[in-house]
Design a protein around this ligand. Sequence first.
Ligand code: HEM
Ligand SMILES: *[C@@H]1O[C@H](CO)[C@@H](O)[C@H](O)[C@H]1NC(C)=O
Ligand SMILES: *[C@@H]1O[C@H](CO)[C@@H](O)[C@H](O)[C@H]1NC(C)=O
Ligand SMILES: *[C@@H]1O[C@H](CO)[C@@H](O)[C@H](O)[C@H]1NC(C)=O
Length: 481
Amino acid sequence: MSDPGFLVIYSALAVLIFATLRKAFRDPRLDAIPIVGSSGPLQSYWDGLKFLKNAPALIQAGYDQYPEGIFRVPRLFDWLVVVSGPKFVKEVGGAPENVLSFRGGVEGNLAIKQVIGRAIGENPYHQITIRTSLTRNLHACFPEVRDEIACAFEDVLQLRGSGRNQTYLRNNVQFAVDVVRSGRRIALFPYFLRPLVAPFYSNKDKSFTVAMKILGPVVQERLAKENELGPNWPGKPNDLISWLLEDAEGEERTVPALVLRVLATNFAAIHTSSMGFTHAIFDLTTHPEYLLPMREEAKRVVEKEGWTKAGLNSMVKIDSFLRESQRLNNLGHIVMNRRVVAKDGFRFSDGTFVPRGSFLCVAARPTHYDSSIHENAAEFDGFRFAKERAEHAATRDPSQDIFTRQMISTAPDHLSFGTGKHACPGRFFAATELKAMLAHVVMNYDVAAEVEGVRPPDTCFNMSVTPNATAKVRFRKRADL
Ligand code: HEM
Ligand SMILES: *[C@@H]1O[C@H](CO)[C@@H](O)[C@H](O)[C@H]1NC(C)=O
Ligand SMILES: *[C@@H]1O[C@H](CO)[C@@H](O)[C@H](O)[C@H]1NC(C)=O
Ligand SMILES: *[C@@H]1O[C@H](CO)[C@@H](O)[C@H](O)[C@H]1NC(C)=O
């Protein structure tokens, strides 16, 4: 990488001038939305800087003041409109892409165009593949998922080498890490500068080359078979490449385009699942009293039904534990980032207007910690949702759908996977994966915190909350198996 020094300085200057102009001539149409934090131009700059550290407190303060309302907080270069309460959250979740854009929101925080590729945003067909084919095949593919989990734990805990291709696995992770690292940096620049600075920050070509070397020939063969024998050739593997090929059209049906889709799918899956699982392990080691009941449940189900996807449906305690862990450890303070792209802006049902170009989002964490929604909301109650499910099943009240307390169910007050039109299409897979992993851990290992009763502190920066990446957890293979 060449020295980007001069570019950084010039770009930083451009950014400041640009930002100053934007703030100075800020859109008066936003004036009706109350500000949390201060509003003077210099003061809001200062708040914008502090925001990187104080985001949680500011979003919480806004939520406390407007629990069913709309407010805005100052960021370095603009305002962020934050929405809370079921009514407005539903309005955000229900708005179509050409009004409140999910892709525009992602592009604002993470320059996906530059770090993954333009096509991923412009033609996100892989989301359909994930929602339909991947989800539909969870039963059929479960034996492979289960096998992969068992091997991965052996590998990671260095009990034996499983013979999986580590080059390929590491490359997927590296790609995901690079995308976030470089995407965030590039996203600090205004859009018109992004293509210029991207080459200095992005490593995507390196991981893409490795992926092409390993996956390229596989994809090539699939395309050749399909050209020769048609789309349903005998012996066609039941995997992501085949499913993508069922949905891909036109220029997406090339080797590089398909390899990139696989990487993009892995990208969507890797950070979210691994951080979620890490949080769950920290919750387990901090609350060791949950280990035995979950071990008992997993053992009973596996003895009766074997390791199957259907068996996982009977693991209600494990499901509840993960849902509770996700509730308290949402991966960010906010969720459902959107950019207003409709020409005439967006109007909420109470008349609040948000002009085109603005960013808005939902106050996820404060909602999850709201004591008017959950009893002892700030406390980890691993079987909270299992108890609620049992209670509702017992009352047979048809208005209380028991399915609403499962890990996969989203709601305006449970936003780990978002809710509405863009609710995570990978959540059925994620729930299967995480439940199978947690069941595997509790059945095979004794786990303990490094320091008894102490949950390692999260890393908070700007809007993101990440589980502590350096803390250790003790794993001991059970002797009595
Ligand atoms: C615990 C794991 C996961 C969490 C917490 C999570 C969370 C989320 C959230 C919050 C969103 C955005 C919702 C919105 O803005 O309205 C999302 C979108 C998405 N997720 Fe996940 N996710 C997880 C796992 C996965 C997996 C395993 C996959 C792929 C197999 C995946 C693929 C996607 C895709 C493609 C989108 C974009 C959806 C769209 O544009 O409509 N996610 N996820
Ligand atoms: C902070 O997060 C927001 C959105 O979540 C993003 O747009 C902004 O670029 C981030 N700022 C920094 C310095 O990372
Ligand atoms: C992984 O697969 C690639 C391509 O098939 C191969 O070149 C490489 O040697 C493999 N690595 C390992 C560690 O097996
Ligand atoms: C992570 O946890 C360790 C102790 O378990 C602690 O020393 C370290 O400061 C924590 N990291 C952060 C970023 O809080």
